[in-house]
Design a protein around this ligand. Structure first.
Ligand code: NI
Ligand code: MN
Length: 226
């Protein structure tokens, strides 16, 4: 499994021969000016919810790659009405794709699409295939429902969690989330993009260390192999 960080909550995961792109917000992000959005490969674009800082480059990447958009029923249908191939899901449901299994899990947040259309409830994804498993939490606060993940999914190799506070959980709660989901390695996202979500990197890493967990804060454009 290879995970590439494109800034904010945007990541690409290569798993079992497939390219999955999550929540692409690249062209509006000044910090990601060195990323060529048109060079990003995607077989699937997975969207956690409809907020602009997650949706921005969904259509461009989907169009470039003829990718299928996977999201809540409401958000997937919104893209479907624009002519994009899509796969709608709802909470607690899982689906077998060619590369592996995707489970759409709870997130506690809100969701509206850029034109004001209701986006359905926001979610996260647990994905497993070829003996590996990861969790992309989307925008969420800490919640007890995270404890269901280790009870219902394979053991997580890595979790991609928001840590920037204000709009999502902060790093202290994310470190506790790592305990709830039984995962020792976390990649932090959704921080530092805007002033409101600027964090102290050393304090964030320490919060995870205190719980025996490892927090990785990849450089923008960096690929991590697990
Ligand atoms: Ni959001
Ligand atoms: Mn967000």
């Amino acid at each position: 499994m290879k995970i590439t960080f494109f800034g904010h909550a945007s990541v690409q995961v290569q798993i079992n021969g497939a390219y999955l792109v999550f929540d692409p917000f690249i062209t509006p992000n000044e910090k990601a000016a060195h990323i060529d959005v048109d060079a990003i490969k995607a077989d699937y674009v997975l969207l956690s919810h409809g907020h602009a800082d997650h949706v921005a480059d969904v259509e461009r990447i989907a169009k470039n790659n003829s990718a299928t958009i996977v999201s809540s029923f409401e958000a997937a249908t919104w893209f479907g009405n624009k002519g994009y191939p899509n796969h709608p899901m709802n909470h607690g449901g899982k689906k077998q794709f060619v590369f592996g299994t995707v489970k759409f899990v709870h997130a506690t947040h809100s969701s509206v699409l850029p034109d004001g259309t209701y986006g359905g409830n926001p979610g996260g994804f647990v994905v497993w295939g070829a003996g590996q498993c990861f969790y992309f939490a989307g925008d969420t606060g800490l919640m007890m429902d995270m404890k269901l993940i280790p009870l219902t999914c394979p053991k997580l190799d890595v979790a991609i969690l928001p840590i920037g506070d204000n709009f999502t959980m902060g790093y202290e709660d994310a470190a506790l989330a790592a305990e709830f989901i039984g995962c020792n390695t976390v990649i932090g996202i959704h921080y530092d993009t805007f002033d409101m979500i600027k964090i102290d990197h050393d304090a964030a890493k320490k919060a995870f260390e205190q719980r025996g967990k490892k927090l990785i804060l990849p450089a923008l454009g960096q690929t991590i192999e697990l």
